[in-house]
Design a protein around this ligand. Structure first.
Ligand code: RB5
Length: 144
C-alpha cells in the first residue's frame, strides 16, 4: 500500500518510528514531515496528507500531533477525508468497519510506539463493511 504520513513537532518522534515500521512491513511511504522537533503548525501537515489522498497518490494516511486532536480537526475539514483519532484497538477496527476512515491519527504524547503499531496493523487490515454505513458516509459527504 502507499501510505502518506505527516506530523507536527509533538508527533515527530512517533511519526519517525511509524515511517520505519511501515517501510519494514513492505509499504510505500510518502513522508510529508515534519523532519525535526522544531515547532511547526499541524494544519500544514494535515493538508499535505489530505492532498495525497484526495489526489489518489496514497490509499491511507497517518497523522500525528501532540494530542492527536488538532491534526484530526484540521484533516477532517478537507473533502473526502475521514480521520479517526485512535486510542484503543476497538477504535482502529470500528473506524474502518463503520466509518471507512482513510486517515488514522495518533497523539504522539499519549500513544506509545507499541500501541501505534498494533492500532496501525488493525486499521490497515480491516475492510469497510459498507451497507448501512455507506449511507451514513454519503450523508457526511453531502451526497444525500
Ligand atoms: C503542539 O504543542 C500541540 O498543540 C499540537 O501538537 C497538538 O497537540 C494540537 O492539538
Amino acid at each position: 500500500m502507499i501510505i502518506s504520513v505527516g506530523a507536527d513537532h509533538g508527533g515527530f518522534e512517533l511519526k519517525e518510528q511509524i515511517v520505519n515500521y511501515l517501510k519494514m512491513s513492505g509499504h510505500q511511504v510518502i513522508d510529508n514531515g515534519a523532519n525535526s522537533s522544531d515547532s511547526v503548525d499541524y494544519p500544514d501537515f494535515a493538508k499535505l496528507v489530505s492532498k495525497d489522498i484526495q489526489e489518489k497518490k496514497a490509499e491511507f494516511g497517518v497523522l500525528v500531533c501532540g494530542s492527536g486532536i488538532g491534526i484530526s480537526i484540521a484533516a477532517n475539514r478537507h473533502n473526502g477525508i475521514r480521520a479517526a483519532l485512535v486510542t484503543r484497538k476497538e477504535f482502529a477496527k470500528l473506524s474502518r468497519e463503520h466509518n471507512n476512515a482513510n486517515v488514522i491519527v495518533f497523539g504522539g504524547r499519549f500513544t506509545s510506539f507499541e500501541e501505534a503499531k498494533e492500532y496501525l496493523d488493525i486499521f490497515l487490515s480491516t475492510p469497510f463493511e459498507g451497507g448501512r454505513h455507506q449511507n451514513r458516509i454519503d450523508k457526511i459527504e453531502d451526497k444525500i
